[in-house]
Design a protein around this ligand. Structure first.
Ligand code: SF4
Ligand code: SF4
Length: 433
């Protein structure tokens, strides 16, 4: 066993209201400077929708991550193998138009306009050229259902669901997906950098860019399947989410976690076995990737693991932190958090509790009498189709999603009974299966 510690985050999607506080506080802290105007190290996407950068999940357009070829992992794009061929040629690179051209408004028109019969209009203006813009698309274009009809069809997670959802107003669903860099255990951004400028911190797995070593190749931009590396047009260096490491080192949470209005972000460390990583990332069947990643995590309460951690130089504080880690509890012990697109084979470390809310209408009699015979079948009828969540969080395995949602129904029922001073039904969990 070769033990490593890794920081991770779990976000509970049920609680995200799309307020963008996380994006703004991240921006104010890290990217509020020239060359970084279009960068959102933290962004919040409206789903179904094409996300930011647009259509990032469509790996036929924006290549990235790993593919399995003859049993071996190969970088899909921007790899060392392609380095000589692509040295002046990086055709799959995501460009500024894919992120959107940053704009601002002519606020002067709002503030100083003389009294008129009608409200003055603030026209969007490019921050790069200063020209007025005819906007066709931007982040969260799909909000208020305005763009779902058009852009929802281009969301790869919708694959095969168009008929089921039909894109009619009353059948449309919407959810938010907050995203940061996944600080992957098997990061293609690191592997694809010809200069070795991106590295994974040995002690805690945080993925960083050495600004002095970056030589502007931008293979990392192409190689990251989550499209979470950005190119600063002023410094000509790659930049990305740092998991707020200066705050972490001072004992503070990431700024997005601290300021999240929904209190839906949990951070912590997990121990994993480095010797199992390659095997886990190269299991042949995509649907097994989630289970394979689970297998690399180590139980921080196991005396053998504790001893291995000590031998590897982790102090008692680290071991205690791993034992108290909400990431270990939610992802590994309770198995209610799932990795985003495990099929990219990067072993991502930002996991999500899938949203349950849309089935709440099935709780006709309120929350007090949850009958699993009624509720469990209702999970398959909820407005966010199980298949949609499965395409996003379990490489298409609907059973994984179904089990998580059942657990969440049971947890709500249990906690509701406790809150009301009633005897909770302790047999419910057995019925999850
Ligand atoms: Fe690298 Fe982060 Fe992209 Fe993973 S999500 S490949 S760690 S930039
Ligand atoms: Fe969602 Fe929290 Fe970000 Fe608001 S601050 S958009 S609730 S993740």
């Amino acid at each position: 066993m070769k033990i490593k510690a890794q920081f991770g985050m779990v976000m509970n999607l049920d609680k995200c209201i799309g307020c963008h506080t996380c994006s703004i506080t991240c921006n104010n802290t890290w990217t509020n400077r020239p060359g970084a105007e279009y960068m959102w190290w933290n962004n919040v996407e409206t789903k179904p929708g094409i996300g930011y950068p647009k259509e990032w999940e469509n790996q036929d357009i924006h290549k990235g991550g790993w593919v399995l070829k003859n049993g071996k992992l190969e970088l899909r794009a921007g790899g060392r193998a392609n380095k000589l061929l692509n040295i002046f040629y990086n055709p799959d690179m995501t460009l500024i138009d894919d992120f959107y051209e940053p704009w601002t408004y002519e606020y002067e028109h709002l503030i100083n306009s003389p009294e008129k019969n009608h409200q003055p209009v603030a026209r969007p203006k490019s921050q790069l050229t200063g020209d007025y813009m005819d906007l066709q698309w931007g982040p969260n274009w799909e909000d208020d259902l305005a763009g779902v009809h058009e852009t929802g069809k281009r969301d790869p997670n919708m694959h095969g669901l168009e008929e089921k959802v039909k894109f009619e107003f009353e059948q449309t669903f919407m959810m938010y997906l907050p995203r940061i860099c996944e600080h992957c255990i098997n990061p293609p951004c690191v592997s694809s950098c010809p200069s070795g400028a991106i590295y994974k911190r040995d002690e805690d797995g945080i993925v960083l860019v050495d600004q002095d070593a970056c030589r502007s190749w931008r293979f990392c931009v192409t190689g990251c399947p989550y499209k979470k590396v950005y190119f600063n047009w002023k410094t000509h260096k790659a930049e990305k989410c740092t998991f707020c490491f200066p705050r972490i080192e001072a004992g503070l949470p990431t700024i997005c976690s601290e300021t999240c209005v929904g209190r839906l972000r949990y951070i912590g460390i997990v121990f994993y076995d480095l010797d199992k990583v390659e095997t886990a990332a190269s299991v042949p069947d995509e649907k097994n990737l989630y289970h394979a990643q689970l297998d690399i995590f180590l139980d921080p309460h196991d005396p053998q693991v504790i001893e291995a951690a000590r031998q590897a130089g982790y102090t008692e504080d680290w071991i205690e932190a791993a034992q108290r880690s909400p990431i270990y509890k939610l992802a590994v012990e309770q198995k209610i958090a799932l990795p985003l697109h495990p099929e990219y084979r990067t072993l991502p470390m930002v996991w999500y509790v899938p949203p349950l809310s849309p089935i709440m209408s099935a709780f006709d009699g309120g929350l007090d009498d949850i009958n699993p015979h009624v509720i469990f079948p209702a999970i398959d009828e909820m407005r966010i189709p199980i298949e949609y969540l499965a395409n996003m969080l379990s490489a298409g395995d609907t059973e994984v999603i179904r089990t998580v949602l059942k657990k969440m129904v049971v947890m709500r029922s249990y906690m509701r009974a406790v809150t009301l001073g009633k005897e909770p039904d302790k047999t419910l969990l057995d019925k999850v299966g």
